[in-house]
Design a protein around this ligand. Structure first.
Ligand SMILES: Nc1ncnc2c1ncn2[C@@H]1O[C@H](COP(=O)(O)OP(=O)(O)OP(=O)(O)O)[C@@H](O)[C@H]1O
Ligand SMILES: [Mg+2]
Length: 258
């Protein structure tokens, strides 16, 4: 459903701080795939998501979404089809607005109307139902400003907002990295349920190797803009943390002394 072909991307080309991230990078993903992506800092994970979402333009190569060439589409043109959650809970929601207002905006994503027009009192039941699934009690706080929620509650709300319009693709960029271990487990649990229930095609970047192993049907390791591991099915099921860490070390050592 998503096909990246021969993607090239260099930041600050020709300048002293030139940074080549991808050189002929290709990736195909199937409908319903839940892919976890791991890799060292600076490997290109966030850039990959930025390229897919349209935030970053590629220098060369093509991006196809469900057979349609979307290479030159900007982020706002794709935002209804591709939803994204970031590491920082402050980015996915608007803190000065209430939960109700945030959900209203998410529901009407892509529409160009004033906020007062978007807030529909009839949505209360829909929003309550949406939030109840989370099991965090947020359905009773519909008129609370989001700034009063914890990081985990905000990420969970961001997740429900991201999937509200039934996107074709969900991109998660270390969305549990700033949460404490317990809250992180809860948000991952919610993520898995939502993804499964809706059959969402998902790419999840994580530094948590255990999550990368536990969740999803495919695992990709990136290093310096290259796929150094791409496993799915039984192979993914049988992978262990030890094997991944040892591969990680081998690759880092190899490039360190190359
Ligand atoms: N907008 C940008 N302008 C210039 N350089 C950038 C930009 N975005 C990313 N880079 C560079 O591209 C490389 C890949 O960055 P990216 O953010 O994709 O890494 P990452 O794999 O997400 O790392 P991390 O695990 O630290 O989040 C880095 O060297 C980074 O400095
Ligand atoms: Mg990143």
């Amino acid at each position: 459903m998503l096909r990246l072909k021969n993607i090239c991307k260099t930041f600050n080309k020709g300048k002293i701080n030139e940074q080549k991230v991808f050189d002929n990078f290709s990736l195909s993903i199937d409908e319903g795939d839940f892919i976890s992506v791991i890799g060292s800092n600076g490997a290109g994970k966030s850039t990959l998501l930025n390229i897919i979402s349209g935030k970053v333009e590629v220098d060369a190569g093509t991006i196809e979404l469900k057979g349609e060439d979307v290479t030159d589409q900007k982020e706002y043109e794709k935002c209804k089809r591709i939803s994204r959650i970031f590491q920082d809970p402050a980015l996915g929601t608007n803190p000065s607005m209430t939960i109700y207002e945030n959900l209203s905006i998410a529901k009407n994503k892509g529409k160009r109307f004033g906020l007062s027009f978007l807030i529909d009192k009839k949505d209360e039941d829909l929003f309550k139902g949406t939030l109840k699934v989370l099991g965090l009690g947020l359905e009773d706080k519909l008129h609370t400003p989001v700034s009063q929620l914890s990081g985990g509650q905000r990420q969970s709300l961001a997740l429900m907002m991201a999937v509200m319009g039934n996107p074709e693709l969900l991109l998660l960029d270390e969305h549990t990295a700033q949460l404490d271990p317990k809250t992180s487990e809860i948000v991952m649990d919610i993520t898995e349920n939502v993804v499964k229930e809706r059959g969402l095609t998902t790419i999840m970047v994580t530094h948590n190797i255990e999550y990368a192993i536990r969740y999803g049907n495919r695992l990709i390791m990136l290093h310096r803009g290259e796929k150094v591991l791409d496993i799915s099915g039984e192979e993914k099921k049988n992978i262990t943390k030890e094997k991944l860490l040892s591969l990680f070390k081998d690759i880092s050592d190899r490039t360190l002394f190359a």
